[in-house]
Write a protein that binds this ligand. Sequence first.
Ligand SMILES: CN(c1ccc(C(=O)NO)cc1)S(=O)(=O)c1ccc(-c2ccccn2)s1
Ligand SMILES: [Zn+2]
Length: 379
Amino acid sequence: DYDIKTENTRQRIRRVVYMHSREIVEAANKMIKVENRASLVSGLIESYGLHKYLRVTEPRPATFDELSIFHSGEFLEFLKSINDQDDEEKYTEEAQLYGLSYDCPAHTGVYDYVRLITGATVQAAEHLIDNMADAAINWFGGWHHGKKDSAAGFCYSNDIVLGILKLRERFSRVLYVDLDLHHGDGVEDAFCSTNKVLTLSVHKQAVGFYPGTGKVTDVGCGKGKYYAVNIPLKDGIQDTEFSTLVCRILVKIKEKFDPDVVVCQCGADGIIGDPMESFNLTQLSLGRCISTLLSWKLPILLLGGGGYNHANTARCWTYLTSIAVGRKLQNDIPEHKYLLEYGPDYELQITPGNKKNDNSKDYIQNLYHDVLYNINQMM
Ligand SMILES: CN(c1ccc(C(=O)NO)cc1)S(=O)(=O)c1ccc(-c2ccccn2)s1
Ligand SMILES: [Zn+2]
């Protein structure tokens, strides 16, 4: 039907690429710490009919050469060598060398998994480079602890680093935002000495809490000094305090760094009800951060990450997807294959808990000033 609106009143609909295929869902479902989470996330997004507003794109596996742009050949050869072994033989001396342990076990097919997950993030980046999309989403990616030559923290490769290196082929300044409960150490390390990639991580910091890095005084090195920004928080922070702090810092970073493209890791393990039992967030705080980033009208890559309460992680990423496509969602979870996972309330909106907030007003105020001081040192 003829659209009677004139050009300048037509609301510009954002073009959003969504990386998805049966193959990648099946591969992501096998990830030991987030088993079957991928089915819940894609199932909930489809149950709301959001795929109608998305450019669903079938990801292709990354090649060995693409992976070796960041990862060492020895590490990749090792992953390849254990790909077809069954689980027992995995905990050899050599496996420990490459970060595979009881905390970061490697499942059968781990190399195939790494190729697919990382290929999806790199391909999502390519869509932004080719101006085929305003936003690109890979909820199967976001593995921010992966190191050049080892797995770490349930991350078998670092798809984010490879996605940012791909974006750097076209964009000169990349802003990386890490909203996961844990410090995005793998990404910060990879870009700590360059001023072309600014990494911002907001995370829990506590004695003995993984990975232990990401103090506010951790600002990067060499030419990258002050281009790593860290916001360490304590348990119990809630939506308003979290999103106000992060968004105020994002605005300052936008002014000083003037990014050309944004990558945001949307780890959902800071949400109330997660087994990590740390922050007291709902999906609203991540939503406010994403809305702020989207308002800048820069190409943006949205990635997944942590999130061990699978129903809440699906609620969160479905909500973020709806913000990216500009559609409001009903609060009642639609009837679909996984509906029972959302009991007993069967609602999209997560209810905050009454967890004690260990972040005093003073702590937040001083932290904000310390972070601002760092940002103002940026050339
Ligand atoms: C390896 N670890 C990580 C690493 C990374 C993450 C993460 O989500 N990073 O974003 C979480 C745990 S760890 O040592 O802290 C843990 C292993 C298992 C943990 C666990 C398992 C069940 C419930 C609570 N915690 S924490
Ligand atoms: Zn995490």
